[in-house]
Design a protein around this ligand. Structure first.
Ligand code: GUN
Length: 291
């Protein structure tokens, strides 16, 4: 069994980005600039955004953090987005989700200029991705594809089962894996799927992205399968200093002994997500998606 080391791969990807930033700076005198909008004080969002800002510093990007209290109105947030859309110094920005209940995430995401939507959440980017056109691809699916490519995992003609149909992970990764050149035969499973165990048992590649801790057990996986674990559920633990630990959607001890490749949690898909966001920002600064 080979561990798909997301931390190491993300470090390599970030080092490649940092090298390119030096090149751009020397030739054009400009450095890529990413902004993050954070509304309220959700613990998870605070952690993710802080990690994104740190990663920007590491690769030499300029970063701007814009914070609002969770009392901000939808109209005020929309005004902020239109100012960011018009800011010529910015290559891309993200609005960290989830947003407070009184704000429509759909409206906010739709208000972002697709050319600056480095999260790849805007329907224009999703549509372009589905059509196989150049697009910003959302960070988690992009990170998974990068792991698969960098570990030279064979995909052509393989049976791939994706568990979970979220807009951010399950649905886009199912499309990317079925694209020409990747060529998996993809089955997208969800809460109403019948005989999930039997379907998983046929899979050469499983992507577990349903958000239920340790859902995928050893008896659901065939010998030699590749397993990608997207889950990160925080549970209480007496065994760690912080009193918390992270669990994936995969029961690691049972499943790993049957796999050819598997991502650990933490240290698998998670670190790839941040590197992918930086990569999208770099693409935006070079006008590669929208010339
Ligand atoms: N919340 C959880 N993951 C993400 C992400 O990738 N981008 C944004 N904007 N919010 C998130």
């Amino acid at each position: 069994m080979v561990l798909l080391d997301g931390k190491k791969t993300s470090d390599i990807l970030q080092a490649e980005i940092a090298e390119e930033v030096i090149h751009i700076k020397n030739n054009q005198g400009k450095i890529p600039h990413l902004a993050a909008v954070l509304v309220g004080h959700d613990g998870g969002s605070e952690t993710y955004v802080a990690a994104k800002v740190r990663a920007c510093e590491f690769v030499g990007f300029k970063s701007t953090l814009i914070r609002f209290e969770d009392t901000i109105t939808e109209a005020e947030l929309l005004n902020c987005i239109s100012a960011l859309n018009m800011d010529d110094d910015l290559d891309g920005f993200i609005v960290q989700l989830p947003l407070p209940k009184h704000i429509s995430e759909e409206k906010i995401v739709e208000a972002i200029d697709p050319r600056k939507d480095v999260d790849g959440f805007h329907p224009v980017n999703v549509g372009r991705m589905v059509a196989g056109m150049p697009a910003f691809i959302s960070a988690t699916p992009f990170g998974i594809m990068e792991l698969i490519k960098r570990y030279h995992i064979e995909t052509a003609g393989k049976n791939c089962v994706v568990i979970g149909r979220s807009n951010i992970v399950g649905r886009p990764i199912s499309i990317l894996l079925s694209q020409k050149g990747i060529d998996c035969t993809v089955t997208l499973c969800h809460s109403r799927t019948k005989d999930l165990k039997q379907i998983c048992a046929q899979a050469d590649i499983i992507v577990a992205a349903l958000g239920m801790a340790e859902f995928l057990t050893g008896d659901m996986v065939k010998q030699g399968a590749v397993v990608i674990d997207v889950g990160i559920t925080r549970v209480k633990s007496d065994k760690t200093k912080s009193k918390w630990k992270l669990l994936g959607d995969v029961k690691f001890d049972e499943v790993s002994s049957k796999c050819s490749y598997i991502t650990p949690v933490p240290g698998g898909v998670g670190p790839m997500t941040i590197a992918s966001l930086l990569f999208n920002t770099l693409l935006s600064s070079k006008h590669e998606i929208y010339p």
